[in-house]
Design a protein around this ligand. Structure first.
Ligand code: PLP
Length: 282
């Protein structure tokens, strides 16, 4: 239960956030969720690069070099003796200062990271999951992994209340991504997904999916599709660092393809496992 804060490690119970923390009062900060398999980070470089990109986009000065951050993240796993599958949550806020919307002038950014065991969702990945559609009411800069997650929270809760795993977000019918994952539609052996514009998060797993498709000679088409297109889909899947490559069998009342996880999704699941070094370890 060691957590990293302000370049120091403390026990989780000893961690106290000041009330006037900009992360708490404004959601004024950024974060990452990084997957760990068998005690080692997966896609760490992609996550750290995105962390710095998010920070720069919201003008937070990260008071650590990338090298220092990598060292601290390694130390976090060592101190907590992480040997299995886990996730690391990494957060940086603009800092603590008397409440005022404008940036405080002399406040240092606050860093915080913890690690938590996270077994892989093997059954869900084997059997597939269901999703609802939900309006995407978020702002225009979703490529920034910001702490402002209320629209995502509302969407995920709506999915949960329908007994579903995810909410597929759409703007006037055009599918963007999901509440905490990217979404893909497979038709005629081609993979379609929303282009990596500013209005979606550029998933680290999404980047890999593009490469897996290249390796497997599958067309990866960055073209937005619409909610109505689900009726013509052969397969649908979502990706994220926690969900990996997850088959989606139903969206609202629409059964996808033959209602079972598809072959192309299975191929990409295998690519993921190979890339993450999972097959070797198990
Ligand atoms: N889209 C959103 C809104 C997310 O919150 C996430 C991650 O949690 C993703 C996509 C997937 O990103 P990644 O593949 O980097 O985990």
């Amino acid at each position: 239960d060691h957590v990293l804060t302000e370049s120091e490690f403390v026990r989780q119970n000893d961690l106290r956030y000041p009330f006037e923390e900009r992360g708490l009062q404004f959601g004024d900060g950024i974060y990452e969720v990084i997957r760990v398999y068998g005690g080692s980070y997966y896609l760490i470089k992609e996550h750290v690069e995105r962390f710095y990109r998010s920070a720069e986009a919201v003008k937070i000065d990260v008071p650590y070099t990338k090298k220092e951050l990598y060292e601290q993240l390694d130390q976090l796993l060592e101190l907590n003796k992480v040997k299995g599958d886990a996730k690391v949550y990494l957060q940086m806020t603009r800092g603590s200062a008397p409440r005022d919307h404008a940036f405080p002038s002399e406040t240092k950014a606050n860093l915080y990271a913890y690690v938590k065991d996270l077994p892989r969702s093997k059954n869900a990945m084997l059997d597939g999951v269901t999703a609802i559609t939900h309006p995407d009411v978020r702002w225009d800069w979703c490529y920034i992994k910001s702490l402002n997650l209320l629209p995502n929270v509302m969407a995920k809760q709506a999915a949960k209340e329908e007994g579903c795993y995810e909410a597929v977000l759409h703007k006037d019918g055009e599918v963007t991504e999901c509440s905490s994952s990217n979404v893909y539609l497979v038709r005629g052996g081609k993979v379609y997904t929303h282009p990596a514009k500013k209005n979606i998060l550029h998933g680290c797993v999404r980047m890999r999916i593009e490469e897996f498709c290249k390796d497997e000679n599958i067309d990866f088409i960055e073209e937005a599709f619409r909610v109505e297109d689900f009726q013509y889909a052969d397969e649908v899947f979502i990706t994220s660092s926690t969900s990996e490559v997850m088959p989606v069998l139903k969206v609202d009342q629409q059964v996808i393809g033959n209602g079972r996880p598809g072959q192309l999704t299975r191929t990409l699941q295998k690519c993921y496992e190979r890339d993450a070094g999972i097959t070797k370890k198990e």
